[in-house]
Design a protein around this ligand. Structure first.
Ligand SMILES: C[S@@+](CC[C@H](N)C(=O)[O-])C[C@H]1O[C@@H](n2cnc3c(N)ncnc32)[C@H](O)[C@@H]1O
Length: 212
């Protein structure tokens, strides 16, 4: 039987999303800390161009703009983007774009960005698509640029089994796994650095090798 891909209604969630992240929800516990860490690793500064994938209501994009970066925010949800547009109205250097699969088909040329960042969105991508998404994100990153993701992630297959046995709702998501990310990056000549913030929240990052 062909597995039906999970879908979520983000348009419907847009109005209440910012309330969720400020509440003590297990998914968004330490949200601000994770965003701050992604921000600091991104190298955001004046003159830097940064891609934020799954930008949602634009919380991370707002911080990137505060540091003077130019930001492109992609998201498949029109309603989420409308919330971001209201939040970021009048800000210089922001471009918001609706894209059906923003990790998989990035509508920019090779080496367009100094950093590619994402928070709490990669777990909506089917595991079978994740390697292609990583290659696509690396394609649009400049040599020497930073790739950084803060998200719900399992460490290994054993970790995943243990967590899902204990917390049924985790089965409804597509958490990445560190042991699956490592070989994809290794094949592209990159290492993976990681920091754990909660039992399921990690920030992972790497630097694209400078051009030979
Ligand atoms: C949980 S919100 C995170 C929003 C924001 N990055 C943040 O940290 O607050 C997830 C976002 O990912 C978007 N999303 C859903 N499926 C996606 C996909 N396949 N690729 C990229 N973004 C996706 C949703 O529309 C939503 O805006």
């Amino acid at each position: 039987m062909v597995e039906q891909e999970k879908t979520w209604d983000f348009d419907q969630w847009a109005d209440t999303y910012d309330g969720w992240v400020s509440a003590d929800d297990p998914i968004y516990f330490r949200y601000d800390t994770v965003l701050a860490r992604v921000l600091s690793l991104s190298g955001a500064a004046r003159g830097k161009r940064i891609l934020d994938i799954g930008t949602g209501t634009g919380n991370l994009a707002a911080h990137l703009l505060d540091l003077g970066a130019e930001v492109v925010g992609l998201d498949p949800s029109q309603k989420m983007l409308e919330k971001a547009a209201v939040k970021l109205e009048g800000r210089h250097g922001i471009e918001l774009k609706r894209v059906e699969e923003p990790f998989l088909e990035i509508p920019y040329g090779d080496g367009s960005f100094d950093a590619v960042v994402s928070t709490y969105a990669f777990h909506h991508v089917h595991p079978g698509k994740k390697p292609a998404c990583i290659r696509e994100m690396m394609r649009v990153l400049k040599p020497g640029g930073t790739w950084v993701v803060g998200d719900l992630i399992f460490q290994s297959e054993d970790d995943e089994k243990m967590m899902v046995d204990a917390h049924d709702w985790m089965e409804d998501e597509y958490f990445a796994r560190i042991d699956e990310l490592l070989p994809v990056l290794r094949d592209m000549g990159m290492m993976l650095k990681s920091e754990q913030y909660t039992m399921i929240t990690w920030v992972v990052w790497t630097i694209k090798p400078p051009a030979a």
